[in-house]
Every structure is written in structure tokens, then in C-alpha cells.
Design a protein around this ligand. Structure first.
Ligand SMILES: [Zn+2]
Ligand SMILES: [Zn+2]
Ligand SMILES: [Zn+2]
Length: 451
């Protein structure tokens, strides 16, 4: 059975190849599928910081061991190195340095370099399989070949690291045309660290901008980099399971990316609605007008100042957004809120940071589906900012005021914890869930000091 588990069933879809349907009621947080990558590559910025085989950071007090052949691959230990050597590196090691120094490689854009190395890993891996060109029906290669090719005619193939025996040019083309639109950003704690090809996930799950499931990544010395698809809300039996191929916050650019890179038009409820709005009203440029837009947004979503009292986040349907707020769907609006929030939190301008952070939270609630992991991460950032603001504020002379700051911090933390527990732990060992626990313990200590 292609799905490899009893949670999913594949049935025909009117527009896509198939759709994966849940065969039972799934609770939020349920693991739907766990699948290995057929090829993966670290981002250039992570090179030498992480193990090239399992993508983990070195354990405290240890350093990575470097491949003595090429000097360009790093590993946790001899186990990770041996696994990767047999998986693909022995075909690449000798030529890697010359290839990556070549003008053909050096002239590529950053994302093209990632694609070139990912394709090189994949070709080297396939060349080491016992019967490379006659895969079984359920093998990852066979599944990869069954995916729809890129819609771009004459897509230009990046140069690949020379391997011996050289792969057939046809194979390179066939693989690459199934590649760009079927490769996933691999993250740890929701920060991208690499890219990988997960054919089974591509084969099973269609995209939605309001998905009911999301992908997280496991980095394991014994199993390498794996993808785990988890339900982010309760999913009734018979519902199609979808994951986001792109960040749903790309409210404007995503339409074009779907068409050009993926060859489909997304008809999820969010895309139908945003397309129906046509040209969005201009974003105001005056700071006071922008503040006013933010205030109206918070009021509409219902988190104005009442967050402290709310044990759960409000929900708001996108379609009920009044026309006076349509300008918030400009991608530039979210980027500018994000940028201001990060900058002011970092620089200690806590009043502005918190005000902007709450507006950003309202926008996330409107655009993302419930329990979307990015909402949880943002709530954790809000908790940290609120806690830092409490430490430095000159007005918190009384125990009562300090207690109010702690209460607000605690609300952010518990909302963050609720969402991030559904998503589950991802990537490196110590992540946001541990950070939440540490901050909660600190709050308890502060109460003890104050009373
Ligand atoms: Zn490793
Ligand atoms: Zn090497
Ligand atoms: Zn959509």
C-alpha cells in the first residue's frame, strides 16, 4: 500500500493526481505520516555548523569531524560519516571541491546552488542503488518519478557534481523536472536549515493555505532527516489532509508561485476570498493612519486588550473581514509589523514592541489556520518581550503591578504551549517547549521572591 499506514487512503481528486483522505477521526497533534528524505542538503549558512548526515548541531562540548577527503562535509561521529559515505558521499567526495569552485557552480544564485547539490546527492545516491533504473513500485525513487513534472517548459537544469559512472542525461532531466516543485524546506524550531526531497509526502498531500496538517522534521543520528506530518486540528474521518507547500502568509505572491512553480491554481477558501477582492486598497503611509489600521484589526479579531482574560485565542473567519481592513492583506504589512516587533524587542523599546506584537498576533489569527505553529512561536516571543518589559519598567514599583505583568506573561506562555504541543517537538533537542518551561519556572520563582 502506497501510504504505508492505515490512517490514510488515496482517492481520485478532480484536479490533482490524488487526495489523501483520513480513514478515522484524528485528534489535533496526531502523527499522520513519518517519512525519510531521499536526498537532503544543508543551507550554505549551516555548513560546518551541523552534521551533513543527520543535520544535528554537535552535542555540548563536542565538535564535528571533517571529511578528510574533500574537507567540506562534517559529521557528528564515525556512524553518521559511514552512513553518508555509503548513501552518496563516496561518489561525490573526490570531485566536490573542484566542482563547487567551478565558474558554472559559482555563478549560480544561492537557491540554485542548493538545488545543484541536492540533485548531486540524489544522483550519487541512485548510482549506488543495486538496480538504479528499475525501481520497485513503492520505492522512493519510483514515487518520485510518479510525481507531476514542473510546469515550466525547458526548465534549465543546474550543473551537477561529476560522478562515475555518469548518470544518463535523461535521468538528470526527468529527476530535476520533478524536483523544484517537490522539495521542502527542512526546519528546526521552525527556522529553515536545509532542503530535502520527500517523495511520499509530495505524492500524498495536496496543498492548502488553510491546512489541517503541517510538516515537522526529525533529526536523528540513526535515521537521518525525516518528515513527520501532524494534524494541527481535529480531523474527522473522510476529510482530505492537506499541508502548506508555501507559507500561507504570502497572501499576494503565492498565487503566481503556485502557477509558475507548481502548475496549479489554489482554490482553497483563503485564495478564493483574496482573489475575489481584486486589487487591494493602498496601505496607509502616515504612521498615525497605520496605527489606526492596527487598532481596527485588533478590535475586529477581538484581542484588543482583553487577551489577559482569555484562556484561548479568538478565531475569525477571513471572509468576514470588513473592506476597511482589506489593506492588511498586503504582504508588506505583515513584514513591516514583524520587522518593527523584532527590532523594538531587541532594542528594549518594549511599549512599541508589545503594541506591534499584538497587532501582528491579530493578523496571524486572521490569516493562519487555528493552531498554526508560527502563532505559537510568536506568542512565545511576546511572552519574552512582556517579561523583559516587566524587568526594566520603572513603573512596576508595586507588587500588584509586577503580578499583573507576570499574569500577562503566563497567559502568552500557556497559549504558546497549547499550540506548540500540538505541533510537537521538532529538530534540535532543546526547543521552544523547553524554553516555555524555563520561563514558567522563572515566573514561579519571582512570585516566591515577591511574597
Ligand atoms: Zn550526525
Ligand atoms: Zn568528502
Ligand atoms: Zn490557497
Amino acid at each position: 500500500m502506497l501510504t504505508g499506514n492505515d490512517t490514510l487512503r488515496l482517492i481520485p481528486h478532480p484536479k490533482a493526481v490524488n487526495q489523501a483522505i483520513s480513514t478515522k477521526n484524528l485528534d489535533a497533534g496526531s502523527l499522520i505520516l513519518s517519512t525519510p528524505s531521499i536526498a537532503a542538503v544543508l543551507l550554505a549558512t549551516q555548513k560546518s555548523r551541523r552534521c551533513d548526515a543527520c543535520f544535528r548541531l554537535p552535542a555540548d562540548g563536542t565538535s564535528l569531524r571533517r571529511c578528510t577527503g574533500c574537507g567540506s562535509y562534517w559529521y557528528c561521529d564515525v556512524d553518521c560519516q559511514t552512513k553518508q559515505w555509503h548513501a552518496h558521499h563516496k561518489r561525490i567526495c573526490k570531485n566536490y571541491t573542484k566542482f563547487t569552485a567551478s565558474p558554472a557552480f559559482q555563478s549560480l544564485q544561492v537557491h540554485e546552488k542548493t538545488d545543484s547539490l541536492l540533485l548531486s546527492h540524489l544522483l550519487a545516491h541512485l548510482s549506488l542503488l543495486p538496480t538504479p533504473y528499475a525501481p520497485e513500485d513503492s520505492s522512493p525513487l519510483s514515487i518520485l518519478l510518479s510525481l507531476l513534472p514542473s510546469p515550466v517548459p525547458d526548465v534549465s537544469i543546474p550543473p551537477v557534481c561529476p560522478i562515475s559512472p555518469a548518470p544518463l542525461p535523461d535521468l538528470v532531466r526527468i529527476l530535476y523536472t520533478r524536483f523544484g516543485n517537490n522539495n521542502f524546506a527542512i526546519h528546526s524550531h521552525l527556522t529553515t536549515i536545509g532542503h530535502g526531497v520527500f517523495p511520499l509526502a509530495s505524492r500524498l498531500f495536496n496543498h492548502s493555505c488553510v491546512p489541517n496538517a503541517a510538516a515537522r522534521y526529525s533529526l536523528s543520528p540513526s535515521h537521518g532527516v525525516g518528515m513527520e506530518v501532524v494534524a494541527i486540528r481535529d480531523i474527522p474521518s473522510g476529510e482530505q489532509i492537506c499541508i502548506p507547500y508555501l507559507d500561507p502568509a504570502m497572501t499576494q505572491s503565492r498565487h503566481q508561485i503556485f502557477e509558475l512553480t507548481y502548475g496549479f491554481r489554489c482554490d482553497c477558501s483563503s485564495c478564493l476570498y483574496i482573489r475575489s477582492l481584486g486589487t487591494l486598497p493602498e496601505l496607509p503611509t502616515e504612521p498615525t493612519e497605520l496605527d489606526d489600521l492596527g487598532r481596527q484589526l485588533r478590535e475586529f479579531v477581538g484581542i484588543k486588550d482583553a487577551l489577559l482574560l482569555a484562556p484561548t485565542l479568538p478565531t475569525k473567519s477571513l471572509e468576514s473581514t470588513p473592506s476597511s481592513l482589506h489593506a492588511v492583506f498586503h504582504e508588506a504589512y505583515m513584514s513591516s509589523l514583524s520587522e518593527t516587533f523584532s527590532r523594538c524587542s531587541h532594542d528594549g523599546e518594549y511599549d512599541i514592541a508589545l503594541d506591534t506584537g499584538i497587532t501582528l498576533l491579530a493578523l496571524y489569527i486572521l490569516i493562519y489556520p487555528s493552531n498554526y505553529p508560527q502563532i505559537g512561536m510568536h506568542l512565545l516571543e511576546l511572552a519574552k518581550t512582556q517579561s523583559n518589559a516587566g524587568i526594566v519598567s520603572p513603573n512596576l514599583s508595586t507588587a500588584e503591578k509586577r503580578s499583573r505583568v507576570r499574569e500577562q506573561t503566563r497567559v502568552y506562555l500557556s497559549l504558546a504551549c497549547f499550540i506548540l504541543q500540538i505541533y510537537g517537538p521538532e529538530g534540535d533537542d532543546v526547543g521552544p517547549l523547553q524554553e516555555i518551561k524555563i520561563l514558567e519556572d522563572l515566573l514561579i520563582e519571582e512570585v516566591a521572591v515577591d511574597t
